[in-house]
Design a protein around this ligand. Structure first.
Ligand code: PYC
Length: 315
């Protein structure tokens, strides 16, 4: 006999990158910090993650989120983000999607709203126009000009930076950053990702560097730079990547190339743009990114206990 479990979700996209926000039907994770609850989700309910974002209900590109009670008293709500292979600390495009979804549901009005995440609270601002600004967690460059030997490509040099996730950022390469070259961009950045891992190059506390970001001059005269970002599960970010733009701005600040309050316009591989800037306080860099999200579906996912792929297809 089949048992059906229903999960209610709202789908949106931010600058082309999809977010599926679970608003009902998620597992109960108990209390504690969001990092502790993320650990419980990972160790006890990973099938939930996979069922929500992986095929046959989702795809490799979808970033999922589940709403939960915040722990930080400044916050109205908490969110844990996940993807086709695991979990994210923060997600910039996803947070813009969360705010747009809460507005769509009539749960928030224009103004400031703090959101708790496993890596700290972030301040969001819903503007009357519908645009959303996310003021991210403290971001910083952990290492500069780190050379790695990338099989098939030779020596590649990049910076290691934290923007809510760990990034390896590469300015110099021979790649063309356009949609026609997505396959070779994916091969190149995946080779970097594997080289970092096999050479034991990590973020702080031995954390895996699971986002690779490469840069080129922008196509639009409205932008300062174009990027291509490879996400942990080998899908590329369709948006300019909020945490990646944060990591980039932290590096620019460290190089003396970006001042507090100065605008940084990051173009992604689709040509969509996040507007960014930084604040410097308590000796730390706090990046903000602004973008728009659009609702694409209100959906009920059905998990049928007799379905052989009830927990999604893990690759
Ligand atoms: O916008 O921060 C972001 C993000 C991370 C992974 C996909 N998007």
């Amino acid at each position: 006999m089949s048992v059906l479990h229903r999960i209610q979700a709202i789908d949106s996209h931010t600058a082309g990158e999809p977010t599926r926000l679970v608003i009902a039907g998620a597992p109960e994770l108990g209390d504690g910090s969001l990092a502790e609850r993320l650990d419980r989700l990972r160790t006890q309910f990973d099938d939930f993650r996979s069922a929500v974002v992986n095929e046959p209900r989702g795809s490799d590109v979808i970033v999922g989120g589940m709403l939960c009670e915040p722990q930080d008293p400044r916050c109205d709500i908490g969110v844990i983000f996940f993807n086709n292979v695991g979990y994210l600390g923060m997600c910039g495009h996803g947070t813009i999607g969360v705010v747009a979804t809460l507005a769509w549901l009539g749960k928030i009005q224009p103004g400031e709203h703090w959101i708790d995440t496993p890596v700290g609270a972030v301040k969001t601002t819903l503007h009357p126009s519908g645009a959303v600004t996310v003021t991210n967690v403290r971001s910083y460059r952990a290492a500069q000009h780190v050379p790695i030997e990338v099989p098939g490509y030779g020596i590649v040099t990049g910076d290691i930076a934290w923007g809510g996730n760990w990034f390896y950022l590469v300015d110099h390469h021979n790649q063309q950053l356009d949609l026609q070259h997505v396959e070779s961009l994916t091969e190149f950045t995946w080779a970097i990702r594997q080289a970092l891992e096999s050479q034991g190059i990590c973020g702080d506390d031995g954390k895996i560097i699971d986002h690779i970001e490469i840069f080129a001059p922008p196509v639009s005269p409205q932008a300062d730079s174009r990027n291509f970002v490879l996400c942990p599960g080998k899908a590329y970010d369709r948006s300019p990547c909020g945490t990646g733009t944060s990591a980039k701005m932290a590096c620019l600040y460290a190089d003396g190339k970006l001042s507090p309050g100065e605008l940084w316009r990051q173009e992604g591989i689709l040509g969509s743009i996040f507007q960014g800037c930084i604040e410097v306080r308590d000796d730390g860099v706090y990046p903000s990114i602004t973008g728009n999200a659009y609702i694409t579906a209100e959906t009920t996912l059905i998990l049928d206990s007799t379905d052989p792929f009830v927990a999604g297809i893990r690759t």
